[in-house]
Write a protein that binds this ligand. Structure first.
Ligand SMILES: Nc1ncnc2c1ncn2[C@@H]1O[C@H](COP(=O)(O)OP(=O)(O)OP(=O)(O)O)[C@@H](O)[C@H]1O
Length: 294
């Protein structure tokens, strides 16, 4: 189920024509367009090195693109005012928490920066996620540090929450609880949550939007249940495939040449669209989609 929020609200994040290459390095983002709306939970999928971290850092204004425009809450990311800044929460892939602080000291420190801070939420999560507030952070396990970093990012109730591989060091129970919390954020307040992950099964638990990053662009973004329902693989000769795509009015998402002049074409049927009789097509699961689209 996709929650609906008023259309008048502007995108939480909007990237247009964003390109970025590292000095002497590869082109990572190549004319990328992306829009994140209030009320969306978006899982960002891409292979190792596809540029997920680079994309999230660029979205947050931590990296300056070579070309294109990044706007958060309708403001240019390079010139965000303090109010807009306070609406962002970020959990980097490797959090640098102050190891000598206790969690209580760390949270008190961050609290001082934000006009809004939900103490009840912090206390609830600290006890549910089993983090002692009064021992030095360096004594926490990797998973506990990651949870603390997530609590820090949720505490000021951000309208845009960006998490880079947040579940990597959480155990399966921790991941499930964490995902529930994320979805709660969205349903409660219409926040936007975007996170990168490699763990496909996590995405299957909740009706997330999935964005596939490949060749420097968002190849496709849609609610997972729609993708599983609508994306099909067709196989036939190149001429048959071209005729079929034309007849059905479909845009190929991916074409893979096969032997003997045949090809496999991935395309997305329109919502509620049915295939005409006699046309065979294969459904894909999330693993297949990941392999084909990233
Ligand atoms: N600081 C940097 N300088 C030069 N090249 C970089 C830098 N950071 C990343 N890269 C390169 O840019 C590409 C994208 O890296 P990035 O970390 O954004 O990918 P990713 O999708 O997050 O990868 P992973 O899933 O492995 O975390 C890679 O080829 C990487 O080697």
């Amino acid at each position: 189920m996709t929650p609906h929020f008023p259309h008048t609200e502007s995108a939480s994040a909007e990237l247009s024509g964003v390109s970025l290459a590292y000095p002497k390095g590869p082109a990572v983002l190549t004319g990328l367009d992306w829009q994140l709306l209030p009320g969306q939970v978006v899982g960002l999928l891409g292979r190792n090195g596809a540029g997920k971290t680079t994309l999230l850092e660029t979205l947050l204004g931590l990296r300056e693109p070579d070309a294109g425009r990044v706007q958060l809450f309708g403001q240019d990311v390079a010139a965000l005012d303090d109010t807009a800044r306070a609406r962002i929460g970020y959990v980097p892939q490797h959090s640098d928490l102050f190891e000598g602080f206790t969690p209580a000291q760390l949270l008190a420190y961050f609290k001082s920066f934000y006009p809004r801070w939900n103490d009840a939420k912090v206390e609830g999560l600290m006890s549910r996620w089993d983090i002692r507030a009064d021992q030095p952070i360096r004594k926490l396990s990797g998973g506990q540090k990651q949870r603390l970093s997530i609590i820090r990012a949720l505490a000021h109730e951000p309208d845009l929450l960006v998490l880079d591989e947040p579940v990597a060091s959480l155990d399966p129970a921790g991941r499930r609880d964490f995902l529930r919390e994320l979805v709660g954020e969205v349903l409660d307040r219409g926040a936007t949550v975007v996170f990168s992950t490699h763990i496909l099964s996590d995405l299957e638990r909740v009706a997330f939007n999935i964005a596939f990053l490949a060749q420097g662009r968002i190849a496709l973004q849609a609610p997972l249940d729609e993708l599983l329902d609508q994306v099909r693989a067709f196989t036939g000769s190149v001429t048959e495939m071209a005729a079929l795509m034309g007849r059905l009015g479909l845009q190929p998402l991916k074409r893979t040449p096969l032997e003997a002049g045949r090809e496999r074409v991935l395309a997305r049927l329109p919502a509620g669209g049915a295939l005409p009789g006699g046309v065979a097509a294969e459904r894909l699961n999330l693993d297949d989609l990941f392999t084909e689209l990233t």
